[in-house]
Ligand binder design. Structure first.
Ligand SMILES: *Cc1c(COP(=O)(O)O)cnc(C)c1O
Length: 214
C-alpha cells in the first residue's frame, strides 16, 4: 500500500504532547505540519478537532506517535497516525503488523533501541535485532513499513555519553541496516543527533515551551 505521505529524509517532529488544542491549532496556522504525541486519546481528541476545523489539514499533517508503543492500545493508532517510534518488543511488532493489515491503512514504525544502557529505558539491544534478522523474523508487510531505529540519550544529558550513545546507534544502522533511518535527538541533545546523522528530531519544549507534566 502506498504511504499516505512521502516520508522525508530529514524532519523535525514538533512534539505537542500535553499542549492544549489552541496551541496545536496555532502551530498548524504558523505552518507546522509534522507533530508528535505520546498519548493516543489526547492526540485523537486534538487532531480530530484540527481536521474538522481545517479539512485540508488531514492531507497535510503527519502525526507521529513517539512512544512507547503499547501492544494493548496500538489498534487506536489507526487511521490517525503516520508512524510510531517506540516499538520495543517483538510481540508489539507482531501485533502492529497484524493490525495494519487488518485496518488496510499504512503505518511506519521505528524500533526503539536501548542505547544508553540504562535499565529503566525501553528498547532492544542490537544483538536482539540482529538475531531476529538472522532468523528472518518479518519486519514489515505491505501495510506496515520498517523505517528505522529510535534511540534516546542518557538521562544525565552528559554530552560525551549522549554523543557516544547516538554514535553507537548510527554505527549499528550503517553496518547492519544501511537503508534505515534514525530517530534521535530531543530539545536537550538535538545538535549532537544532527551531527551524527539523525533523520528525525523529536522536539517538544524548545518549540512549545516547558511542560508542566508528561
Ligand atoms: C516528550 C518526548 C520528546 C520531546 O521532548 P523535549 O525534551 O521536550 O524536546 C521526544 N521524544 C520522546 C520519546 C518524548 O517522550
Amino acid at each position: 500500500m502506498k504511504a499516505k505521505f512521502p516520508l522525508r529524509d530529514f524532519a523535525i517532529i514538533a512534539v505537542s504532547k500535553t499542549k492544549e488544542y489552541p496551541i496545536v491549532r496555532e502551530a498548524y496556522l504558523q505552518g507546522i505540519r509534522i507533530f508528535g504525541e505520546n498519548y493516543i486519546p489526547e492526540a485523537t481528541e486534538k487532531f480530530q478537532r484540527l481536521f474538522s476545523e481545517f479539512p485540508n489539514a488531514k492531507d497535510e499533517v503527519q502525526l507521529h506517535h513517539i512512544g512507547p508503543t503499547q501492544t494493548g492500545t496500538l489498534r487506536k493508532l489507526f487511521p490517525l497516525f503516520t508512524a510510531t517510534h517506540g516499538v520495543a518488543s517483538f510481540s508489539t511488532l507482531k501485533e502492529l503488523l497484524k493490525r495494519a493489515e487488518k485496518e488496510q491503512t499504512s503505518i511506519s514504525y521505528f524500533l526503539q533501541c536501548n542505547i544508553s544502557g540504562e535499565e529503566t529505558k525501553h528498547g532492544f539491544s542490537f544483538e536482539e535485532i540482529l538475531m531476529a534478522k538472522e532468523q528472518s523474523v518479518p519486519f514489515e508487510n505491505p501495510c506496515c513499513k520498517f523505517l528505522g531505529f529510535m534511540g534516546m540519550g542518557p538521562s544525565s544529558g552528559d554530552e560525551t555519553e549522549t554523543r557516544a550513545a547516538f554514535l553507537r546507534l548510527a554505527q549499528f544502522r550503517d553496518q547492519s541496516f544501511p537503508d534505515k533511518k534514525l530517530s534521535m535527538g530531543m530539545s536537550g541533545d538535538f545538535e549532537w543527533a544532527v551531527e551524527l546523522g539523525s533523520n528525525y528530531l523529536r522536539i517538544g519544549s524548545l518549540i512549545f515551551g516547558e511542560r508542566t507534566y508528561g
